[in-house]
Design a protein around this ligand. Structure first.
Ligand code: ATP
Ligand code: MG
Length: 453
């Protein structure tokens, strides 16, 4: 019985007819689709092609949520799509898509594509390594991941076309893989991550049969290229439900091994607390539409790994600051093996980290200088998270909260007395007495006071 049900949605049987749901059978109205997406589908249809809004947008609208963006699927090839629009660009090498610009919006237009036959393009674990063939709409539906992600909405007729039972799953609020779950997860292990992320994000339950193979297949995440993992992790962490999603990942046995950075963190009591605070902070900002910098977020996620390396280097007798810089290198290198954090983020992460010891210095001209630093705001927010996690004294955070907004005479009064200069720190070493901009100045008191991990 289960076998028969599964067979209905087996990629090999992708020639099926869709169930077409008329407007009175579902809640999605054309005016919920962006002007740009309506323009794109209309122009394609006027050109004699099929065109539908697909994927996440239809899923979100069906569930009563607001879509983030609109993707369009069509039977026109990229070469046929492009000339229909004034500002359209063919992108992608492996699978070509068209980005159509309408006003400020970019609509991603993809040509229906077929699922690859498993035997000719998978690695030894069953992972798909290419998927580059155009196909029919029915084939396009079954190569997608979850049934609720495979619905097609036509803004002209307000019909929803369903090849895989997605409408029923929307109604049951159920996330179900199309086809046999183990095979589909093997083809693309990122789907495990997507299952947990999407279920949490849109508030549906993962179907039992879909969830069942996850713990056993979780180790396959190790074969996913780091850049791809970064994209999915970024979506996960910036979803506004990061804390909850990570909890779910752990419940499904996906957290360990998947993210070495989390493995390290979760083994340390203070690290755990730090991550909880950081994710709660991020989720709050996302939900309040305040904007979150991925660099800041990854700086928080890796901080305790930096601390581990930092402590190890100091224990070997390295001076605190060179030790910190070494620790940052090591943490970033180690992480890069699994999740490729883009270089442009790394520079910011390093700045945020390297400014932390400077918050310990509250005498002389240094605090005022730190406030002027271009990364002060991010570094201060980071310090606040450390404070909330119990890693630095709340009084220190409070001092900086007041100091940055205080008028000059107030600031003067807040300064701590200058400590007697330590002779050995006066000796110019290598790069001279004046620390480079962005480096922590030679700290007194020692930065160890800030890290209790
Ligand atoms: P979000 O709203 O978070 O962007 P989404 O479902 O739109 O979620 P995208 O990554 O934008 O996610 O993907 C768009 C669509 O492409 C999905 O709805 C799904 O139909 C298909 N898709 C995405 N990733 C996969 C995958 N790994 N395997 C099969 N189909 C996928
Ligand atoms: Mg999307």
């Amino acid at each position: 019985m289960i076998r028969r049900l599964l067979a209905r949605f087996w990629p090999g049987r992708a020639t099926g007819e869709p169930k077409i749901h008329r407007p009175d059978e579902h809640p999605v109205r054309r005016d919920q689709v962006s002007y740009a997406a309506r323009t794109v589908t209309r122009r394609l249809q006027d050109g004699g092609f099929k065109a539908f809004v697909v994927g996440g947008a239809v899923r979100d609208l069906m569930l009563g949520l607001e879509p983030k963006d609109f993707d369009v699927a069509t039977d026109a090839t990229p070469e046929q799509v492009k000339p229909l629009f004034r500002r359209a660009f063919i992108i992608g090498r492996r699978f070509r898509l068209v980005h159509v610009h309408v006003g400020n919006e970019v609509i991603e237009v993809s040509t229906f594509r077929a699922p690859q036959k498993a035997e000719d393009a998978t690695d030894e674990h069953g992972r798909l390594i290419s998927d580059n063939v155009y196909g029919t709409q029915a084939e396009d539906a079954v190569r997608r991941d979850f049934t609720i992600n495979a619905l097609y909405f036509d803004p002209a007729t307000e019909e929803v076309w369903d090849y895989v039972g997605g409408v029923a799953d929307v109604r049951a609020r159920r996330l179900r893989l199309i086809g046999p779950p183990a095979t589909r997860f093997r083809e693309d292990p990122v789907r495990m991550l997507r299952a947990v992320r999407l279920a949490t994000k849109v508030g549906v339950a993962i179907d039992k049969r879909t969830a069942a193979p996850i713990p056993k297949l979780a180790p396959l995440m190790a074969n996913v290229p780091p850049a791809r993992l970064f994209d999915e992790m970024q979506k996960l962490l910036l979803s506004g439900h990061a804390a909850q999603t990570l909890k779910a990942l752990r419940a499904h046995g996906l957290a360990h091994g998947l993210l070495p950075l989390l493995d390290v963190i979760l083994e340390q009591p203070l690290g755990q607390k730090f991550i909880d605070v950081a994710l709660a902070h991020t989720d709050r900002r996302v939900r309040e539409d305040l904007g979150v910098s991925p660099a800041f977020l990854f700086a928080t996620l890796l901080w305790h790994e930096v601390i581990v390396h930092w402590n190890a280097a100091k224990a070997k007798g390295e001076k605190p600051l060179p030790a910190l810089f070494d620790a940052m290198d090591r943490a970033l290198e180690h992480q890069a093996q699994r999740i490729a954090i883009p270089r442009r983020f790394e520079a910011t992460m390093r700045e945020i980290w390297s400014l932390q010891p400077r918050f310990e210095q509250r005498a002389g001209a240094r605090p005022a200088k730190l406030v002027e630093h271009p990364r002060f705001r991010a570094a201060y927010d980071f310090l606040a998270i450390r404070g909330e996690a119990g890693e630095v004294d709340a009084a220190l955070v409070d001092w900086w909260t007041r100091f940055q907004d205080a008028p000059a005479d107030e600031r003067e009064k807040m300064l701590k007395p200058e400590e007697a200069p330590k002779k050995k720190r006066r000796r110019p070493r290598g790069r001279g007495r004046k620390a480079r901009e962005g480096d922590p100045a030679a700290p007194s008191p020692a930065p160890e006071s800030g890290d209790t991990a």
